[in-house]
Design a protein around this ligand. Sequence first.
Ligand code: T1G
Length: 698
Amino acid sequence: MTATYARDGAIAIIEINNPPVNAASAALRAGLADAIGRFAGDDLARVAILQCAGRTWIAGADISEFGKPPQPPLLPDVIAQIEAMPKPVIAAMHGTALGGGLEVALGAHYRIAAAGAEMGLPEVTLGILPGAGGTQRLPRLVGLAPAVDLITSARRIGAEEALKIGLIDRIAEGDLNEAAREYAQSLVDAQAGPRPCAAMAPPQIDEDLVAGLRARLAKRYPGQIAQLRAVDSVVEGGLLPLPEGLAQEREKFTELMDSPQRSALIHAFLSERAVAHLPELEGVLPRDLTQLGVIGGGTMGAGIAASALLSGLAVTLTERDRPAADRAAGTVAGILRGAVKRGKITQSRCDAILAEKFTSADSYDALTDADLIIEAVFEKIEVKQQVFSALDRVAKAGAVLATNTSYLDVDRIAEMTSRPQDVIGLHFFSPAHVMRLLEVVAAGKTAPDVVATGFLLARRLGKIGVRAGNCDGFIGNRILTHYRAAADAMVLDGASPYQIDRAVTAFGFAMGPYAVSDLAGLDIGYFTRQRRAPDRHSRDRIPVFADRLYELGRLGRKTGRGYYIHDEDSPGGREDPELADLLTQVRGELGLVEKSFTDDEIVARYMAAMVNEGARVVADGTALRPLDVDVVMLNGYGFPRWRGGPMHWADQYGLASILKDIEGYSREDDHFWQAAPLLRQLVESGRDFADLNRGKTA
Ligand code: T1G
């Protein structure tokens, strides 16, 4: 039963129940339509309350039905049925009233929300627009400006703000269902009638506001279509009676539903949840996770500590001596103050966290109670190994010992302890309190409940944990090394780093590889190349120009100059005319003949390298499925979400075309450009990465 109907005196109560999030599936729509029908036919019922069981009000349309033929009754029809009721209907919302869920509430005549409820229209983040009346009813109810803000930003608002803009009529003091009953009784007593949005005037369209908004959206979401189509829908609807407004909204919704952007964004949404479903963890319980230890109070360690504190965990951070511990504590406090400034926490909460949940120490002895200890010291295997032998002596039995490394061999770190089953890699991304990705690296002997604890930590921190096998660079950095090498080879052969950055940002990446180098510091890449030098193949192409910049002390933003010049006028960087001479000189020394690349060719090579290494990472089990690669690249490497991740993109582009591209490049360089066997197998058997995802999802 997805909806039940009951009556108490004159008040009908329709309760929706479709766990886990009351998504508006076909069954829920049918159940709701049926219950509304009963209310219509129940002469003793004078007002109805729509409420939801479980953790939330309707969280939207059922995303798993997207891309399949729609099953009647359609959500817009059920909402129209609610709106047309000649007796008042109250929506009583708790949890998250999102998308189609909020649209159901907009079809009701009165709205009350629990104090902690959140409301929003997240559709544009899925590549669609509110398609069950949201672009028509919301502007009628709250006016043009707040409506387009909510629709195009997809942001969620709390009950206070919802009340302020007129989206809801009341906030429930105390129990929501009781407050809804009182509200219903007051409507009965006042003999109030229905108050449908359909009867409200369409919003006045302010042309200047709309033009400014369109310009901002085009700049903020380059390449994306849903935001602008949503504005079109609001504006066109402003000139039409509701039925015609709804009809044009539906047309635009259907068009977006069929778009590749919608399929990419839904893939991203579902994949970000699928990564936590691991066959190896079925039935495995995580270990306790209350007290966290962090070793090392540099940028990473402090960021990890702050992230944990903001999520309610208790943290002890250790440094080598008291002054270093004090400095680290200062960094942590600074990050928390930043959270206060951005309105994430209140000042008093910040003070309470620092006083009650945070300790800084100068000895490992302070870590004896920790359930999970994360080491975030210098990225050098010998240093990390020393830390782990010391930890082995002090950590309590059963504590999870984690290394935050981005490249190093977790097995070699684990073998320094008497308990390699308790050791795991946790690769955080910088800044650790902001970035959502966490690679959970299972080493050779890591116990399943330790992996499960890594995922529990990710969830507690509000991050997305992705399982990675132990290898140099795990999933993300291993793939990065490869596509970065493809970019560097193009620079050696004549491309400008600026052209490459422009081409890949035009594709949709947040940043190009050379702007990223400047941000991270050119010393990072330099040290990585040094470390790998002994394993280098004689035919590996070395980015001599990058070494040259390092030697010149051009380390990027931190020194004011790297690939770009960074100064007060252009902190993000402007092109450096002298770079071209340096490149010409390096190419001359290496005897290379300069050639030119089109932007399309640059993107094709960059992507082919990414997908090819992605296929290898899947084939050798470093990533469980192609979707795990996508989630890593989307959340850690600035891959454009609306393209779904490299593996999803590759399926759309065509695996046969990628293979053909790689075979073409291999005629120039058959050492770097070797097609991954998995890619070849998929092409030969007519399958794609999505088929692998389906076969391997728990
Ligand atoms: N449809 C189907 N399944 C959903 C779902 C949905 N809308 N939302 C969540 N799930 C599944 C999810 O995959 C996971 O499954 C489980 O529920 C718990 O989710 C007509 C067309 C509500 C804030 O975009 O933002 O309405 O992994 O882990 O952290 O205009 O889920 O357990 O198998 O995320 O507590 C608009 C999407 C749809 C809301 C809860 N709605 N959901 O967060 O749990 S478009 C959304 C969320 C639409 C209309 C259009 C969050 C949440 P599994 P979870 P959570």
